[in-house]
Design a protein around this ligand. Structure first.
Ligand code: ASP
Ligand code: MG
Length: 441
């Protein structure tokens, strides 16, 4: 087969001519109502004969609502009842629209999950906040994945629903748990692989974002972590490819909300995807790439609403020099400049003080630069900012600006720079061969 032709086949269908397993992820933004869920079986039908593991994240803004619920429960302000009822009603509505009332199995499973959810919420949060959070937050995923599983069955396909907490094991860093790869691999072999072998064309439906620790306590992988879950499964199962279905045509070179002329990137490298995510492009969860890169598994970001389109392919062999400029806009930035009161030069002690302070207050640094007398850094504005500034002020003279924007352009050119800076005031600029960044007002 001519190489060019082969490449376009791989581009459209993944690197698994052998029929290796595919991992799909559907989530949040694209699944808000029953109609959205109903589209999933059709998409699975486009991949006949291939084993599929489908990772689902919570419907719509459910995780945000559960976070509100948890916060109010923890503060004991009495509001959780109302928020809880709203979340439950939202899911009952979706189930009602999807399934007939005489579908007793589905109804019973939904009600029993709701009962578990209520009891998890009402458990008094005796433990720390993060542990309580993780015991409740995963119900968004448990409920949504149950709906998807039954929708697939209703469409006449076989589906197995798997509680991911039985499979993926983590340490006990609640809300930001680290995967225990060995234990998870063993569970995959024990629980997932037999389901793959058992049937001709199995679909396995499970949850993103959540897992459990050694003591079987629920854990979570960090907000938006479902993409990462898909990548973990791909690694553990040696999948042929991963497809993340999204509400955009693929990975774009800018957020279309900021930049109406945004265009789709057809093909980018693992490194490029990691860099874009690092600078704040909301494409995929930053942790997603590594487990795939380690096993050279291609990742596709494809449009849920035009599932025949190829989207963006992320893989290893992207020829250098083919990139167009990508723009990443981060708002709500603070720029801080400190200098020694005796006009001493900027030295290592000053860097050490600043980084120590950022670590102490859990503030992420986006950019740093120094001159002889001043050390300047840009951070996401943060509730702890004032406290940190007060501490810095004890030793240094401090100046700062808030409400700024950080613009990162990867693979910049003159035209791109001119375009984003038109009419803006640049407070700080930093550039290397590939990337230029501006802090602007
Ligand atoms: N539902 C979780 C969240 O909103 C996980 C995810 O969407 O990936 O953070
Ligand atoms: Mg979500």
């Amino acid at each position: 087969m001519p190489e060019q032709f082969r490449k376009s086949i791989i581009f459209a269908f993944g690197n698994d001519e052998s029929g290796a397993m595919k991992i799909f992820k559907f989530g949040g933004g694209i699944l808000q109502k029953a109609d959205d869920v109903s589209k999933i079986p059709g998409i699975l039908g486009m991949f006949p004969g291939e084993p599929l593991l489908v990772v689902i994240s919570a419907f719509g803004k459910t995780t945000n609502a559960i976070e509100e619920l948890i916060a109010s429960k923890f503060d004991r302000d009495g509001v959780p009842g109302e928020i809880l009822n709203r979340i439950i009603a939202y899911h009952r509505e979706i189930f009602k629209d999807l399934f007939k009332e005489d579908n007793l199995e589905t109804q019973n499973q939904l009600e029993s999950l709701i009962t578990d959810f209520k009891s998890a919420v009402s458990d008094s949060p005796t433990t720390n906040f993060a542990e309580y959070y993780d015991s409740v937050v995963g119900y968004g995923e448990l409920l949504s994945s149950l709906a998807v599983h039954h929708a697939i069955r209703q469409a006449g396909m076989d589906s197995e629903w798997v509680d991911v907490r039985q499979v993926l094991k983590t340490d006990s860093t609640f809300r930001d748990a680290r995967i225990d790869w060995e234990a998870s691999r063993k569970n995959c072999d024990k629980i997932i692989k037999p389901l793959i072998d058992k049937k001709k064309r199995p679909v396995i439906v499970t949850q993103g974002f959540i897992a459990s620790d050694q003591q079987e306590h629920p854990t979570s992988l960090g907000r938006e972590g479902s993409d990462y879950t898909a990548a973990i499964f791909a690694n553990l199962l040696d999948a042929g490819s991963v497809i993340i279905w999204k509400d955009v045509p693929g990975i774009l070179n800018a957020d279309p909300k900021h930049f109406p002329q945004a265009v789709k990137l057809d093909e980018i490298s693992y490194a490029e995807a990691t860099e874009l995510a690092y600078y704040g492009a909301k494409v995929i969860h930053p942790k997603t790439i590594k487990p795939l890169q380690n096993k050279n598994i291609p990742l596709y970001v494809r449009p849920f609403l035009s599932p025949g389109e190829p989207g963006t392919m992320i893989h290893a062999n992207v020829p250098a020099g083919q990139y167009i400029p990508s723009f990443i806009f981060k708002s709500n930035q603070a720029l801080i400049s400190i200098s020694d009161r005796d006009l001493s030069f900027v030295n290592e002690q000053m860097f050490s003080d600043v980084f120590g302070m950022l670590t102490k207050f859990s503030i992420h640094m986006n950019l740093v630069q120094n001159s002889a007398l001043t050390l300047t850094f840009c951070i996401d504005d943060h509730p702890n900012l004032n406290e940190m500034l007060t501490e810095l002020h004890k030793r240094y003279s401090v100046r700062y600006n808030q409400a700024l924007e950080l613009i990162t352009i990867r693979h910049f050119n003159e035209k791109a720079v001119e375009h984003v800076l038109r009419g803006r005031e640049v407070l700080l600029e930093q550039q290397n061969r590939t990337v230029v960044q501006y802090v602007i007002r």
